[in-house]
Design a protein around this ligand. Structure first.
Ligand SMILES: [Zn+2]
Length: 282
């Protein structure tokens, strides 16, 4: 059975891009008699606000999107993430990294931006020192060289059947957990997708760069492989990305302005956008 999920972070109100993503996953599940799930990704406690969860639920209801299981809330599932992290640690696939953001920026001669391989691996060869870990802030990183040696280059299938294999530079020593966050986006995402039997991951093309790392983690953890639908993004007409801090295009504002949510969801699925917006492939 097909199972899709919509997995927003409660860091602000939803906008048109979220509406499209949620509607697309919901439609795919409904077309094939499958399940559609809602997951709240609230592990980043510095940015998430409980009040936004209610807003998300309201917005989705307005769009006519319903769910087939109770909402999954990541902050209530930290035990499962820790278990996954421990199993990777037990196989020597994880190391403690003490670098600050500034350290990492300084050590890079070229501007790699947010490329997955941007971390230069400074701490990979440090002796693992429990005393230093007890006294110094650190995160846990995947030893990607070891992981790739064990699992090989990951590949994945898009919903249209196309098969992709990751290039080595698309995989870096991803952060798996921090002292203040029990799991990174990557780790929590694969653990939760597997726990709820998600078979089709529907998300924006901007998250395509996460797929190689997540497929690698799925292999290492022995989790089932979903397929992926990386959909086009919605931008402002000039190409500028929709951001949660933009006030104008939130779904809440559209609702207040009298827009019909179900009709909006239908037109987005038909590829039609309100004036002032455009589709973008990346
Ligand atoms: Zn480091």
């Amino acid at each position: 059975m097909i199972t899709t999920r919509f997995a927003p972070s409660p860091t602000g109100r939803l906008h048109l891009g979220h509406a499209y993503s949620a509607a697309l996953g919901h439609e795919r599940a409904r077309e094939l008699g499958g399940r559609s799930l809602l997951r709240i990704e609230d592990l980043d406690q510095t940015r998430c606000r409980p009040g936004f969860v209610d807003g998300i639920v309201e917005d989705l209801d307005w769009l006519g999107i319903d769910w087939d299981a109770p909402t999954i809330v990541q902050s209530q599932r930290t035990g499962a993430y820790d278990e996954a992290l421990q199993s990777l640690m037990a196989r020597g696939l994880v190391y403690a990294c003490f670098c600050t953001r500034a350290d990492i920026a300084q050590s890079l001669s070229a501007p790699h931006g947010d490329a997955p391989s941007a971390y230069p691996g400074t701490c990979r060869l440090l002796p693992q020192d429990p005393q230093r870990r007890a006294s110094t802030p650190h995160c846990w990183r995947l030893d990607s060289a070891k992981a790739l040696h064990l699992a090989g280059l990951p590949s994945w299938t898009e919903a249209d059947g196309a098969r992709f294999t990751a290039a080595p530079h698309e995989i870096g020593d991803a952060i798996l957990a921090r002292k203040d966050a029990p799991a990174s986006y990557h780790l929590a995402c694969v653990v939760d997708d597997a726990a709820s039997d998600v078979t089709l991951v529907v998300r924006g093309a901007d998250l395509r760069s996460s797929t190689p790392t997540q497929r690698l983690l799925q292999s290492l953890l022995g989790l089932a492989e979903p397929s992926y639908l990386h959909h086009a993004l919605i931008t402002h007409a000039g190409g500028r990305r929709l951001a949660k801090r933009d006030l104008a295009p939130t779904l809440a504002a559209m609702r207040e302005a009298g827009v019909n949510g179900r009709a909006l969801a239908r037109s987005l699925l038909a590829g039609e956008l309100p004036l002032g917006f455009a589709w973008s492939e990346a």
